[in-house]
Design a protein around this ligand. Structure first.
Ligand SMILES: [Zn+2]
Length: 139
């Protein structure tokens, strides 16, 4: 996954939301990544720090969580969630379930300071699909 592109996309979205809400500073950006995005949190944080140096978003923290994988078993036709990338079907034990919807990275919310130092949380619904090697699995 290309963390530099993703970091720039996150910055674009957050700056737009901050402007729409007259926010002065971003404190925390909450991000949920699905496991198949192969996101590297350290790499994303370092790209974000580089791109925001001396800018409005400098110093904002990235709170990165990984969502469980959602899998489909073609053997017993069940859908189930799992934490790991290598696993067997939890229903029938089959060894080769297919991950579903596994590549997106979402900005779940942003904590910002608005005027008078009131802290505010903004809920977002934008998402960014990771650029990658299996385009048929884009969400
Ligand atoms: Zn199964």
């Amino acid at each position: 996954m290309h963390e530099m592109l993703l970091a720039q996309r996150i910055i674009d979205i957050v700056e737009q939301v901050m402007e729409e809400n007259s926010a002065e500073k971003a404190l925390v950006i909450h991000i949920t990544a699905e496991k198949m995005s192969l996101l590297s949190p350290d790499s994303l944080r370092s790209c974000f720090a580089t791109l925001t140096e001396n800018k409005k978003l400098a110093g904002a923290a990235l709170n990165i969580k990984f969502a469980p994988l959602v899998n489909h078993c073609q053997n017993c036709n069940q859908i189930f969630a799992s934490e790991e990338m290598s696993f067997n079907c939890i229903y029938c034990g089959w060894e080769n379930p297919t991950p579903l919807f596994g590549r997106s990275v979402k900005i779940e919310g942003i904590e910002v300071l608005i005027k008078m130092d009131l802290k505010k949380s903004l809920k977002l619904h934008s998402s960014h699909s990771g650029e990658g090697r299996n385009p048929e699995r884009y969400n």
